[in-house]
Design a protein. Structure first.
Length: 132
C-alpha cells in the first residue's frame, strides 16, 4: 500500500489510464473484427470503408501510445495485404505496379539521386568553407 500522497495519486492515475487503454484496445479490436467480417462476407465498397476505418482506428491507438507505432504499421501492412487479395488488385495489379516501379524508379531515382548527391556536395563544401 502506498503511503505518500504522490504514490496514491499515481495509483489512481494508473487505474484511469489502464481503463482508458483497455477501452481503446477493445474499440480497435471491434473495428478489426468488423473488417475481417467484411473481408469474408462484404462487398468491395464495404471492405474499403471498413479498411479506412481500421487504418484510422489503428493510427489513433498508436498515437495515444496504447500500441507501438511499429505494431500499428505491422497491423496495417498485414491487413492491407488481405484487403488487396480480397479486392483482386494484388494478383492482377502486382505485375503492373512492379513494372511501373522500375520505370518510375529510374527517372525518380536519377533525379533524387542527383539532387541528393548535389545537395551533399554543396552542403559539405559550404560547411568546409565555414570551418576555414
Amino acid at each position: 500500500m502506498a503511503h505518500s500522497l504522490s504514490a496514491k495519486k499515481r495509483i489512481r492515475q494508473n487505474a484511469k489510464h489502464a481503463a482508458r487503454n483497455r477501452w481503446r484496445m477493445r474499440s480497435m479490436k471491434g473495428v478489426i473484427k468488423d473488417l475481417v467480417d467484411k473481408l469474408a462476407h462484404g462487398s468491395t465498397e464495404e471492405v474499403t470503408k471498413a479498411h479506412s476505418a481500421f487504418v484510422q482506428s489503428v493510427d489513433r491507438t498508436a498515437g495515444k501510445g496504447v500500441i507501438h507505432k511499429n505494431q500499428a504499421a505491422r497491423r496495417k501492412s498485414r491487413m492491407s495485404r488481405r484487403v488487396k487479395a480480397k479486392l483482386g488488385t494484388a494478383p492482377g495489379g502486382a505485375a503492373p505496379v512492379a513494372a511501373a516501379k522500375p520505370g518510375s524508379g529510374k527517372s525518380g531515382s536519377s533525379k533524387s539521386g542527383a539532387a541528393k548527391s548535389g545537395s551533399g556536395k554543396s552542403g559539405s563544401g559550404k560547411s568546409g568553407a565555414g570551418k576555414k
